[in-house]
Design a protein around this ligand. Structure first.
Ligand code: ZN
Length: 225
């Protein structure tokens, strides 16, 4: 259960704090890998409540039983990215196998959302020139991260939250997994704190768009500038 303290407004009229213009808002993006899972609906509920948008890098061998969850995420304004068919190290595969891993997954996602993913997150962050070129040939950019709370290692929501908050910065891309209940809870708690610090939580593509940076096919990104 999240502990959220609601403070009653003061009786006197406070001096209104100046609101910074939207262009100076800090932006941060979460990329949830390896799902969907049985915890993803709870994550979606929490994101909706917080008006936060994220990117889901889904495995297409999990799509079958989770199509409704992917459709819901897409309909609620989240971005659906490609995390391969079955989580191999893409840099160890032949060109043709890399293309299959990417294009099969794009096809499965397109059947659900009607939209082809623009972003590939290679499993384990394992990449090489063939992987980025293959992504480019499918009209995609490669996305890594520059904030890693190691949530798969620390199955503790408070630790996941604190690891995110310690490393958070404007333009950060966070790697996290919606396959662990503790990661979902930790992410939602971190989002509460980040919003208090003036961050908007947006999809990866939206963060680059709002910062006026284009994402180029076949290029790799770790953060927005
Ligand atoms: Zn993964």
């Amino acid at each position: 259960m999240a502990t959220v303290t609601f403070v009653a407004p003061p009786a006197v009229t406070p001096t209104p704090k100046p609101t910074p213009p939207p262009s100076s808002n800090k932006l941060i993006a979460f990329g949830f890998d390896d799902g969907p899972s049985r915890y993803t609906p709870r994550l979606l509920d929490g994101l909706k409540f917080r008006n936060a948008k994220v990117t889901f890098f889904v495995l297409s061998n999990r799509v079958g039983s989770n199509a409704a969850t992917i459709k819901r995420a897409y309909d609620e304004g989240h971005e659906i990215g490609n995390h391969s068919w079955n989580h191999p190290s893409l840099n160890r595969l032949s060109w043709n196998s890399i293309i299959k891993q990417i294009s099969w997954t794009n096809s499965e996602i397109r059947k659900i959302t009607g939209e082809t993913p623009k972003l590939l997150r290679p499993p384990y962050g394992s990449s090489n020139r063939n992987v980025t070129r293959a992504a480019g040939s499918q009209g995609m950019s490669v996305v890594f991260w520059d904030v890693d709370p190691r949530d798969w290692q620390y199955r503790n929501a408070a630790r996941v939250k604190n690891n995110i908050l310690r490393a958070a910065h404007d333009g950060a891309i966070i790697v996290i997994h919606d396959t662990h209940s503790t990661s979902v809870t930790g992410a939602l708690q971190a989002i509460d704190e980040l919003k208090g610090r003036g961050y908007s939580v947006v999809t990866i593509s939206e963060m680059f768009r709002l910062k006026g940076q284009s994402m180029v096919n076949g290029a790799a990104y770790r953060r927005a500038k």
